[in-house]
Design a binder for this molecule. Structure first.
Ligand SMILES: C[S@@+](CC[C@H](N)C(=O)[O-])C[C@H]1O[C@@H](n2cnc3c(N)ncnc32)[C@H](O)[C@@H]1O
Length: 195
């Protein structure tokens, strides 16, 4: 995993955060309650929006991202612990969490199917998954373009795929979809699913 993108991630994201993402994060994250796991927490852009969680455990494989999230951990309204770990191999026992949060992360995880299996394992029965992702578009020409661009994009953006069908992946993992909110003609989805 690269070092350049993590160093400039907050600056790169700032315009999108201002225009769109901040309000989506707030909408999704304020739902998180009980013992919460956040996967691929990056620089901690979600951390300010946790208000009801009893405690948040954040996992992030990139040490630069992890280091950059420390200031947001200190400023958070709820207790947050961040550790270096991979969502595909979580260092937690079965049924450890009430809710799991993932934002802009299923585009980058090498094997989302393996990660979803892990999430289901550590999430309690009937526990909730809250996800915000950019996804493959339904419109066939647009989806084809996303597929063509992905090999180059992936190299430039630390493994980010533009053509992931995350909603289908969550359904295929066996979880039950409870809510889907579409933004920008379905380019971005906020998804709530139940284990
Ligand atoms: C686009 S960033 C999103 C960061 C943050 N979730 C946000 O919303 O700003 C993608 C993140 O996924 C992390 N990531 C990549 N592979 C991962 C994996 N296998 N398990 C957990 N996180 C992963 C990256 O290190 C990076 O922090």
């Amino acid at each position: 995993m690269g070092k350049v993108i993590p160093e400039i991630y907050d600056a790169l994201m700032a315009p999108l955060e201002r225009i769109k993402f901040r309000s989506i994060r707030q909408f999704l994250i304020q739902k998180a309650e009980g013992k919460v796991l956040e996967i691929g927490s990056g620089t901690g852009l979600n951390f300010p929006y946790y208000t009801k969680a009893e405690a948040v455990t954040a996992v992030e494989p990139n040490p630069v991202m992890l280091r950059k999230s420390i200031k947001r951990i200190k400023a958070a309204q709820v207790p947050i612990e961040a550790i270096q770990a991979d969502a595909q191999k979580l260092p937690f026992s079965d049924d450890s969490f009430d809710m799991i949060v993932g934002t802009l992360v299923f585009c980058t995880i090498p094997h989302p199917d393996i990660a979803l299996k892990e999430l289901r394992r550590v999430l309690k029965a009937h526990g909730t998954l809250l996800v915000f992702e950019h996804v493959r578009l339904d419109q066939p020409t647009a989806a084809k373009m996303q597929k063509w661009v992905t090999p180059v994009w992936k190299r430039m953006c630390d493994g980010c795929h533009l053509d992931r069908n995350t909603l289908a992946n969550i359904k295929n993992s066996g979880m039950t979809i409870e809510q889907v909110h579409k933004y920008n003609s379905g380019l971005f989805l906020a998804i709530q699913a139940k284990n």
